[in-house]
Design a protein around this ligand. Structure first.
Ligand code: PMP
Length: 424
């Protein structure tokens, strides 16, 4: 379908044809959901061995009785798991509760209310703001929005955020005090930052406000679908650049074991951790060490964790293949959409022609297929070009995903033709 070259009459014929197909689908009264990146039941079963694993043995190897209060930094064996995932020294890791997002919220709040490592609290700046590579993760943006921290869009490229834009913005605006990064299998584009991007990010601490922090949300650090994709180590890069305080890293086992019942980790320099702990100790006496011990026993060695992730990949791979083969079949030789081929993570990011994404989501909803709301991958829910749609293939069974994708591609075609007609 060469939409730009089509005459009005051709477009009207296509619209009629596509609309007839669409009406037939609507009659099926489907109820399918590819909105959020939740693991499927098959994936969750992989971790059912956690249940009962302690079998009455509540003491950790260092003698800690995990049933009792205490230990703000988490059990050593849980911190070791976080250190393995993030590839950082264990002394720089805190093992927390069930959610890395909570740790991120706490970390942003620490900067905002109290400041890091002796720097001015961000709230004292005239207009504190974060750089937000877009499309990005809606829950990151929600944290900033809730705290009244401004957000500035920076385009994502296939090697990470557009670093020329990042550096130029930071050089001219001292009120930029953070950047959100999902460096491996980014949510939603699936891109892994190149070594050059990591190096340039590590150098930002030299030109930015001293209170500036990179929020390195490595949520998909070990979520490779096939061969391992290497991400350069940001800690090493910042230590070499003498900017170790400029980064705070996060990870969790939410998409490793049981989502919402796993372990979360934060890692940073000792000065940053001291600032964080000051706030955390007013919030909690300590994390759920019983769950931490369960996880440490379940993954007694890092190789076990790797094998476990391989099993996830075996379940996820056919789902990614399903999405990608639908997109390829429908749009390979057209200009109706663009997408990335992710090598891991949880999402496929699809760009429609400008001005069509909201219409696609609306059409799909009416046909019984729920998609992530258009705009959700941008700060304030506003996609300036109305193009991006995040597809989350993990949760539905393969046959449902297959149906949902047939509806999706049809809605993209229909919305594109209607938009073109509107513009003639
Ligand atoms: N960060 C990213 C990039 C995510 O995609 C998600 C889950 N969708 C989270 C954080 C949430 O992590 P947690 O369950 O540890 O709070």
């Amino acid at each position: 379908m060469d939409i730009d070259a089509a005459t009005r009459e051709q477009l009207q014929n296509w619209e009629k044809e596509l609309n007839a197909q669409y009406q037939r689908i609507c009659e099926h009264e489907l109820s399918l959901d590819i909105t959020r990146g939740k693991p499927s039941a098959d994936q969750l079963h992989l971790s059912d061995g956690l249940d009962g694993i302690l079998n009455g043995e509540y003491r950790a190897a260092d003698g800690t009785d995990t049933r009792n209060y205490g230990g703000l930094e988490g059990l050593m064996c849980a911190r070791e798991l976080g250190a393995d995932i993030l590839q950082v020294p264990v002394e720089e890791v805190i093992a927390g509760g069930n959610s890395s997002l909570t740790l991120m919220y706490c970390a942003v709040l620490t900067g905002y209310l109290f400041g890091y490592a002796g720097n001015k609290p961000w709230k004292e700046l005239e207009a504190p703001k974060f750089l937000c590579p877009v499309p990005g993760y809606d829950r990151h943006f929600a944290i900033c929005e809730q705290l009244g921290i401004g957000m500035v869009n920076v385009p994502m490229t296939d090697s990470g955020p557009d670093m020329d834009a990042v550096e130029a913005l930071i050089e001219k605006d001292r009120d930029i005090i953070g950047i959100w990064c999902v460096p491996k299998f980014s949510n939603p584009t699936g891109v892994t930052y190149s070594a050059e991007t990591v190096e340039r990010l590590a150098q930002l601490g030299r030109i930015a406000n001293p209170g500036f922090r990179i929020f390195w949300d490595n949520a998909y650090a070990i979520h490779d679908l096939d061969n391992q994709v290497n991400l350069a180590n940001i800690r090493t890069a910042t230590v070499e650049n003498d900017t170790a305080d400029s980064v705070i890293q996060f990870a969790s086992t939410s998409k490793v074991t049981h989502a919402g019942a796993g372990l979360a980790f934060v890692s940073a320099s000792s000065d940053n951790l001291a600032s964080l702990k000051k706030q955390m100790q007013a919030m909690t006496i300590g994390p759920d060490k019983i769950n931490q011990l369960r996880h440490a026993r379940f993954f007694a060695e890092f190789t076990l964790l790797k094998e476990h992730m391989h099993k996830h990949a075996q379940i996820l791979k056919p789902k990614f293949q399903c999405v990608l083969s639908h997109l390829e079949k429908a749009f390979k030789d057209s200009d109706l959409g663009e997408w990335e081929n992710p090598l891991g993570g949880y999402f496929v990011s699809f760009n429609t022609r400008p001005g069509c994404a909201a219409a696609v989501v609306e059409l799909a909803a009416q046909a019984g297929v729920k998609l992530t709301p258009a705009g959700a991958t941008f700060p304030y829910g506003v996609d300036p070009e109305d193009r991006n749609i995040r597809i989350a293939p993990s949760f539905p069974p393969l046959d449902e995903l297959d149906t949902a994708m047939s509806v999706f591609v049809l809605c993209v075609k229909l919305a594109s033709v209607r938009k073109q007609l509107e513009m003639l």
